[in-house]
Structure formats: C-alpha cells, structure tokens
Design a protein around this ligand. Structure first.
Ligand code: XIL
Length: 451
C-alpha cells in the first residue's frame, strides 16, 4: 500500500465534496490518478490543441501537460538573444485553464537546438547555455511543476553522448545547467530525462551514478524522467526495481514520454499485448512511492511522433486515430482503480467542425481495384473536408472522382471538390478512385478533418 491512511482519507473526503457530475462517469484518468496521489499527463503541441475535440479529450484525461516542442531551444531562442515564448505561453495558458500543471521540456539537449548554438566556441557556448536557462526558466518562474533541465546526455553503453555540449564543455555542463536553473526558479523541480533508461542496464546505471554523485555533491537535482518510448512486448522486467533505486536516492521519478509502438497496421493481438505493456508500466510506477506520475507522449494515434520517426511503426498511444479508447486505455483506467465502463470519447465542443471517414474496396481484380470513401459530418455542418490515409502495401491511385487527391509516397490526401464540400450535420458524401495493388490490398484507416 503506497499511501498513508491520512492521504487516502483526504482523497475520499475530496471525492465526496465534489459537485455532482465531476466525479461521475465522465471522469478520465486524471481524476483516478489524483485519487491515488499521482498525476496523469500528456504531451501536446499548439497545432494539436487547435483540434478542439482533442483538446477536450486532453482536458478530461490529463492534469499535467508537457509542451511537445514549444519549449525547445529552436523555438525559444532561434537566434542569439531573441526569445520567442509565445507558442509555449499559449500552451501554459491552456493548461492553466484546464487546471493542469506543466512539465517544462527541455533546456539543454543535442537535438532541436539551432546551429548558432552548436557553432559557438567553448566559452561562448557555456555562457549561451547560462543565458538561455536564465531567460527561459526566468520567463516561467513560479509557473511550472518541473523542468527537464538536461535531456538525453548518455549513450546506450553508459558513456557520455559525444554531443557538442559534451565535446566542448566536458562532463561539468550538466551540473552547471542544474545549478543555473535552481538559481532562477527554486520552486521548479529539476529533472534529468532520458530514454532506454526505463529498466536496469548500462545506460540507467550511468544515470544512477550521476544522480548519486549529484546528491553527494549538493548539485540541485529533484527528479529523474524515464521517457519510456517502448517497443511492443518489451517493457523491461526490471522497471519497478529501477524506479525504486532512483527513488531510494531521494529523487522523485516520473514516466515522462510513454508510448508503446508496434509495426502497423495494428491487430487485436498486438493491441492486447500493448494493453498489457501499459498495465506493466502503470503498475511499476504505482508500486513505488516517489514515482509521481506518468505522461504519455500524446493521447491519440492521430497525433503521434512515431510514424514519421520510425517508418512502418505507430499505433503507440491509448486512443486510436478517431479518439476511440484502445485496450491500452482500459489498462490505464483499471490500473488507476477505475471501475465500470471507461468514459465515452468527449463530444466535440459546440461549433467544432468534425467529420468521420470510412474506406471501402468496392471492387478488386488482378492488379487493380476501385475504392470509395464516405465522409460523414459530425453534430455540426461542415463547409469542406480533408481526408488522409497511408497505404500500407504500396498501392497507388491512378484516377479519382469527387475529390482532389494528391499522393506523397504512400501518404494520400483527398480534399473536397467545389460541389461536395458542404455536408450538413450528420449528413454524408462519397468520393472514389481507381488504384493499383500487388500482393496485398489492405484497407487503410482514413482520418477526416472538417472545416
Ligand atoms: C519529439 C516531438 O514529439 C516531435 O514532434 C519532434 O519532431 C521531435 O521530438 N524524446 C524527447 C522528445 O525528449 O522531445 C521528442 O519529441 C521525442 C523523443
């Protein structure tokens, strides 16, 4: 049992005083997690939050938000001394409005850092790092739960990654970054964050040794982030033990970027394995006092970094591309103590322009096929639509009607033509095409965006 009776009693008391409706069937993971004394978070970007249905899902499920890109150096200081906090500010405001806390991500990293930084000499680079930390941590002083101060500084074998930071500044830059961040915002929890450090191994051993040394030397570190970008069926068996050993050093631990990728398309077997993987991660964190929360790197497969970064892989998140909960969502729901049916996907806010698309192969012959896509408007009328999908088996489109179709490799984009853009609430329209196929002709899952 991870909580003292006092904490449990407080959680029950809090649940009792909630106005009717707030603790009812519509509660998502955030409320269940809070009742267990932990948080559930997601990463999101400004453009993702422009999708009002997705943002509403985020507000229901998450009480912690990590800006997916907007706090990285290439956005916040694109040229020296010229700071741009507007994109991240809008996410922080949205988080405040949704009663979510924010994890700042990330200050010092080898990636998504402008070339002007990478090209500096050692002395200037050290100063630029301090200036950047002063400006960015200063801008958000008192507003953030935590900062991922340094991200991904180790190799798989536990040696230091030979980034431009390491090569020019040597081992000391990490401690210097933590000291600088603490001096600016003493309230933000300062984290070291990395991937493939989820279980015990050479890389997590190296992070462990660094954190232990920091604690002994008085370098200000409060937490270790385990990204947990996992591969289907490969949750490290030592994850709980690994979390525990970090917690025993006196730092908190967070799962910061959880996703579980698979080769696409998904199958019910793969989704079941994924569900059990999510259960293992949630239970590993929940079992250790000091594992303060889990953040998934997005909520829906509609918005995930996986397909573009790992071609042929995807379906890594708890909701599918249409915002329907997957077995993995049910795993989290049950792990956090949810009972009964999980909440349905949230209805789109009034005025939101949504649509759904269904794909059908209406005829198929040696080498060729005819496809049809039906576009159905949601509860509001739309004036136009875009349908996208990815062919998994090398299919091509040779001609089409009732849509303007473009292909970029296997990625297809279909826009309405003039006469079939407007679709009334709940109404539908179709478009079609002729294509080629060879070997396999599996039906893709189209995504519809209305406007
Ligand atoms: C990813 C973002 O999700 C992408 O949009 C971007 O193109 C690349 O970075 N580890 C991290 C995150 O710490 O910042 C990365 O986010 C995913 C891997």
């Amino acid at each position: 049992m991870r909580h003292s009776p006092v904490v449990v009693a407080a959680a029950i008391a809090a649940a009792v005083v909630l106005p009717a409706g707030q603790a009812g069937a519509a509660s998502g993971l955030r409320d269940l997690a809070a009742a267990k004394g932990v948080y559930f978070g997601t990463a999101a970007t400004v453009s993702e939050w422009n999708d009002a249905t997705y943002k509403a899902l985020g507000a229901r499920e998450a009480n912690m938000l990590t800006p997916g890109n907007e706090m990285k150096w290439d956005t916040t200081e694109p040229s020296q001394g010229r700071f741009n906090f507007a994109p991240a500010d809008s996410l922080v405001s949205a988080a405040v409005a949704a009663n979510q806390r924010v994890r700042g991500h990330t200050l010092v990293w080898h990636s998504q850092t402008p070339s002007w930084v990478q090209n500096l000499g050692a002395t200037a680079l050290h100063q630029a790092m301090l200036d950047h930390i002063n400006a960015e941590v200063g801008h958000y002083k008192g507003k953030l739960y935590s900062w991922d101060v340094v991200n991904e500084a180790f190799n798989e074998d536990g040696t230091r990654r030979q980034s431009f930071w390491q090569q020019k500044l040597g081992d000391g830059y990490i401690a210097d970054a933590f000291r600088a961040a603490r001096a600016v915002d003493p309230a933000a929890k300062l984290y070291y964050n990395d991937y493939n450090t989820d279980g015990i191994g050479a890389k997590s051993d190296a992070v462990y040794a660094m954190v232990k040394a920091f604690k002994q030397q008085g370098v200000p570190i409060d937490g270790v982030g385990l990204q947990a970008h996992l591969i289907l069926g490969q949750v490290p068996s030592s994850m709980q033990q690994n979390i525990q050993r970090f917690a025993d050093l006196g730092v908190e631990v967070a799962i910061t970027e959880l996703d579980v990728r698979m080769t696409t398309p998904s199958t019910s077997d793969k989704l079941a394995t994924q569900a059990s993987d999510y259960t293992k991660v949630a239970n590993a964190c929940l079992a250790v006092r000091g594992c303060v929360g889990i953040t998934t790197w997005g909520l829906s497969d509609r918005y995930s970094w996986i397909p573009s970064t790992f071609p042929g892989e995807g379906a890594a998140l708890p909701f599918d591309e249409s915002f329907q909960p997957k077995p993995a969502y049910n795993s989290l729901y049950v792990a956090y103590g949810g009972t009964g049916n999980p909440p349905p996907p949230p209805p789109p806010p009034p005025g939101d322009k949504t649509c759904a698309a269904t794909y059908a192969i209406v005829g198929q012959w040696a080498g060729g096929f005819q496809g049809e896509v039906r576009v159905t408007a949601g509860s509001a009328a739309i004036s136009g639509w875009t349908v996208t999908w990815t062919f998994a088996n090398g299919q091509t489109i040779t001609s089409s009607w009732s849509a303007a179709i473009t292909a970029s490799g296997s990625a297809i984009t279909a826009n309405n033509v003039g006469y079939n853009g407007p679709v009334g609430a709940g109404g539908s329209t179709t478009f079609g095409f002729l294509g080629t196929w060879n070997g396999t002709n599996s039906a893709p899952s189209p995504v519809c965006t209305g406007r």
